[in-house]
Design a protein around this ligand. Sequence first.
Ligand code: HEC
Ligand code: HEC
Ligand code: HEC
Ligand code: HEC
Ligand code: HEC
Length: 173
Amino acid sequence: MNSGVIVLSIGFLTFGAAIIYYAGSKQDELDFAVQPVEYNHSKHVALGIDCSSCHTGATDGTHAGIPSTSTCALCHKIDRDFPSTPPQLARYIKGGEEIPWIQLHKAPRHIYFSHQRHVKLGKLDCAVCHGDVKTMEKPFGKSYFPSGLTGMNKCVACHLKEKVTTDCLSCHR
Ligand code: HEC
Ligand code: HEC
Ligand code: HEC
Ligand code: HEC
Ligand code: HEC
């Protein structure tokens, strides 16, 4: 191999790596910049607030729910310095508007999934399905249950392991 080819291929490798790197950072941006407020789970969970105080349906309901602006306003008083309220959040609190959170975990309409069933009766910790939320410093970027059959496999794999029904009609209603 002559040196020209080597230089060329190194150049190509660097170019390739740059594209991969660029694509990677683009992905991260998309993963994290989607939510209207840069919510930080780890800061709030560290205060000792229980998951279910904000996601009120997670233990006793079908849907966990995402808290409304009034829940945030319990602590984030816009006329006080502490806790600091970033402008993106203050805007919604001042206007009495709901924050248009993008819900990422969303089963299709024909699927029946109940939080109460899994959390209360199944005694499953949130982390089993949602990961280590306690340490998350940025809003959710993606769902643990991707759409289509890949998402279904996650449900069925656990049902097989826990010896729970895998009858199609128990989930597809
Ligand atoms: C129980 C009180 C409490 C509630 C309820 C609460 N927060 Fe906070 N929040 C805090 C405290 C305390 C801080 C930390 C302030 C600091 O470190 O300067 C904070 C910080 C923040 C920050 C800044 C994070 C950062 O990285 O500095 C954002 C954004 C925020 N909260 C959004 C929200 C939203 C959105 C809600 C409602 C879904 C909410 N908070 C509900 C107490 C609360
Ligand atoms: C067995 C897996 C599993 C467990 C355990 C679980 N979740 Fe979920 N979670 C899901 C699925 C699946 C969805 C999407 C459900 C839908 O679209 O109806 C979801 C959706 C959510 C959402 C989006 C809002 C909503 O109303 O659907 C929140 C918030 C949430 N879960 C919080 C929690 C919390 C907090 C816990 C623990 C108390 C928990 N989850 C335990 C699987 C789980
Ligand atoms: C102070 C309120 C608050 C507390 C406490 C809290 N969350 Fe959240 N959670 C939110 C807000 C606001 C969002 C929407 C923004 C985001 O995705 O980070 C959210 C989003 C989520 C979602 C993704 C919803 C979706 O599908 O887009 C899950 C899952 C979740 N939280 C689980 C948990 C778990 C598990 C805990 C306890 C370890 C917890 N949360 C504690 C406010 C809270
Ligand atoms: C434990 C629950 C569960 C069981 C049991 C189950 N499914 Fe599913 N299935 C799901 C979920 C959840 C999805 C949707 C995943 C998504 O799109 O987020 C799905 C999606 C599908 C899809 C893809 C449709 C689409 O929207 O992309 C087909 C096809 C399907 N299931 C067929 C079956 C058949 C056939 C059986 C029985 C052999 C079965 N499922 C049993 C939970 C289940
Ligand atoms: C980590 C394990 C786990 C995952 C993941 C999981 N499940 Fe389950 N599921 C259970 C357990 C355990 C039970 C039984 C709870 C009880 O009643 O004791 C259950 C029960 C159910 C039932 C009631 C079944 C019946 O007997 O009628 C339905 C419906 C269901 N799950 C749907 C789903 C769907 C849809 C998904 C995926 C979106 C899912 N589950 C993901 C563990 C899981």
